[in-house]
Each structure stands twice: as C-alpha cells, then as structure tokens.
Design a protein around this ligand. Structure first.
Ligand code: FA5
Length: 350
C-alpha cells in the first residue's frame, strides 16, 4: 500500500499540471477525492489492515488526502486567475482618455444661451460670478428681506438638507455675497458693482411645459450712485435685442418680490405660438422671463451698502425659458431629458 500511496502522489502531481481548465480540475478532484476516488478508496481499505499497519499507513493516507486537497485548491486559484486574464484579454479595448467622437456631441442649448448672455454682459462691463448650489436660509431668503414665515417663501419651496441648508431656489441667493464682495470697492474707489451670476435653481413644484424642478436663472445686479429704472430698462433691452437679433414684443408690469422696490415682471410674447396661446406659455400668449426691480434698501443695508447714498437694480432672468424661446423648444422638460437626438440639433450661432 505504501507504494500505492507514493504512486498516487506522483500521478496526481503530473495530472494537476495537465489540467487546463476548471472542468478538468474538477474531474481530477472527483477522481482522487470523490466518493469513489482513488484516495477515498484507499481510506476505505484501511479496515482490512492489521492494527499496526492501520496506524502507520492510515496516517500516510490522511497526509496524502490533505496534500491532494491543498494542491487541488492551489491549482484552482491559478486556473481562476488565468480565466480572468483570458476574459480581460478577450474584452474590446478602449481608452477612457480618448476624446469622444466630436460629431456626436454639442453644447446644451442652455450652455449656448448662457455663454451668449455672459458675452453680452461682459461687453457692458459686468463681471461673471459663480455661486454654490447649496446655500443657507439666510442667503436664499433672510438676506433678501424675506424673514422666516414670510408668505413669499411659499412661492419657492425647495429641497432641504438635514443640516438645514437648501438647494437654492433662486440665483438671488448670491446677491448678499456679491454686494459684500464688491461693496468695499464701490465705497472706497467709486467702482460700480456690475455683476451677473448664472446658476442652477431648484424648486419643489409640479412640472409642466414651462416649469421644471431644476432650471437655470441668471441674476444681474448693478449698484452705484443714481442708478434708476431707466438703467435697468436699457440693460434689459440691450440683452434681449442681442440674444434674439430681431424684433420681439416685451411687456413690463408690476411684480412683487420682497427684495426689490419697485418690482416688475418682464414678459416676452411667446415665440412658440406667436402670442396666440399654447401650453408653453400656459395659453396666455406671454412668458414670464425676467423679473426685475430696484434693490430694496433693506437688502443693500444687509449687504453693507448705505441705501441713502447708493441705489441699484437687480434682475433674475429665466435662462432655461430664454433657451426655449430662442430655439423654439416647446416643452421645458426636453432640456433635462439628456436625449442627444433632441439636443444635438442646436449649434452656437455666434
Ligand atoms: C425669482 O426667482 C426672483 N429671484 C427674480 C428676481 C431677481 C426678481 C431679482 C427681482 C430681482 P421668479 O420666481 O419669478 O423670481 O423666477 C424668475 C424666472 O425664473 C421666471 O420668470 C422664469 O423665467 C424662471 N423660472 C421660475 N420658476 C421656474 C420653473 N419652475 N421652471 C423654469 N423656469 C422657472
């Protein structure tokens, strides 16, 4: 039997090397360690040996069994690794750093309109500011003359984080920071504050053809001595005539926002239906595009600027709606759809 043990061991060793895959290896395992396997048979044969032989040979067979199990396990790991390598080698090769096919993509219509507006305002001496999407209650409401429990908050329900911060419902949330950032230069060096700040806004409200829960606005502020509504109207008119490059009908009507006084709603005649009324303009023929007004004295004060000395205007352009009007997009929800087919038709016409 001793000879049999030695032979089985060397036979197993050579067969292990020949097992080319997991199926071969499993056959080998069954052939040696399975119920009818050679090593199992040896163990079963122990009962026919004398007590003395069983003591010595039994230990030898058990050693062989452990050795076989370990060697099979080792080969299993080796073969598994080889299998993974083979699978990786057979996968299609691609380089994640390769630029995508330039024909496939294009700028999003909102990006195009935003860039155009930025260029227009830059050419008129405005700086372009970036601002966080997550803001505090103070930034979004309290600094804008909207104390806690003010009914104006109902118009702008948004998404709140567990720490009390919120996803900004309006780009006006950056007003206080901008007044503070440039106020010193205004007061000490007589440099007017002229800034725009485009950004993504969020509102917890039902969506329809002209309302989204995530959309873009572009805020603008100008503060100096003797700024009046005429300045506001000039900048609004210049922006719209540059963006549309054709005659469009606008109307200015009174609007209430606690952070401006007086406040206005600037509406644009719907370019989807030509003013006849359609779902894009809620069948009114007009689309609310750019509320605006003269910055409320309380907001200037909160931003560290003396309202007795300085005045200013602010506007909150609906960038997403502007993109809809410029490109004739009937449903605002298409803009967030990510559909390359519907978005790739737009190009920068500048
Ligand atoms: C505001 O958000 C004010 N912060 C605007 C403002 C700034 C007033 C400075 C005065 C001075 P309003 O909620 O109306 O106002 O939104 C401004 C514009 O954002 C709207 O005219 C519209 O064009 C766009 N807008 C508002 N809600 C949505 C929405 N759910 N989906 C798409 N566009 C929207």
């Amino acid at each position: 039997m001793k000879e049999q043990i030695i032979n089985l061991k060397s036979e197993l060793e050579s067969k292990l090397g020949q097992a080319a895959d997991l199926v071969d290896l499993d056959k080998l395992r069954v052939a040696y360690l399975g119920k009818k396997g050679s090593i199992t048979q040896l163990l079963k044969g122990m009962k026919d040996l004398s007590h003395e032989e069983r003591k010595t040979l039994g230990a030898e067979v058990n050693k062989l069994k452990t050795y076989a199990a370990e060697k099979i396990e080792e080969r299993l790991t080796e073969l598994k690794e080889k299998e993974i390598e083979r699978e990786i080698a057979s996968m299609p090769k691609f380089d994640v750093t390769t630029p995508v096919n330039a024909d496939r993509g294009s700028y999003h219509p909102i990006t195009l309109v935003q860039r155009q507006c930025e260029a227009i305002f830059r050419s008129m001496g405005f700086t372009v500011e970036d601002y966080s999407e997550i803001v505090t209650d103070y930034e979004c409401f309290e600094s804008l003359n909207i104390p806690k429990h003010h009914p104006a908050r109902d118009m702008q329900d948004t998404y709140y984080l567990e720490n009390g911060q919120l996803l900004k419902s309006q780009t006006s949330a950056a007003q206080n920071a901008i007044l503070r950032k440039y106020g010193k230069n205004l007061i000490e060096n007589d440099v007017p504050i002229k800034a725009i700040f485009p950004g993504r806004c969020f509102r917890n409200e039902a969506t329809d053809a002209c309302h989204e829960n995530t959309f873009f606005q572009m805020e603008g502020v100008m503060v100096d001595k003797d700024i009046s509504i005429s300045n506001l109207i000039f900048f609004m008119k210049t922006m719209l005539s540059e963006v549309f490059r054709r005659d469009i009908k606008v109307r200015l009507r009174p609007g209430f926002f606690p952070f401006v006084e007086p406040g206005f709603e600037l509406d644009i005649s719907c370019l989807i239906c030509g003013g006849d009324g359609c779902p894009s303009c809620k069948h009114s023929g007009w689309l609310e595009l750019c509320p605006c007004g003269m910055i409320h004295p309380n907001v200037l004060k909160e931003g560290g600027i003396d309202p007795e000395k300085y005045t200013g205007f602010a506007f909150g352009l609906g960038l997403t709606r502007l993109a809809m009007m410029k490109y004739g997009i009937k449903d605002i929800r298409d803009l967030n759809s990510g559909s390359l087919k519907s978005l790739s038709q737009f190009t920068d016409d500048e």
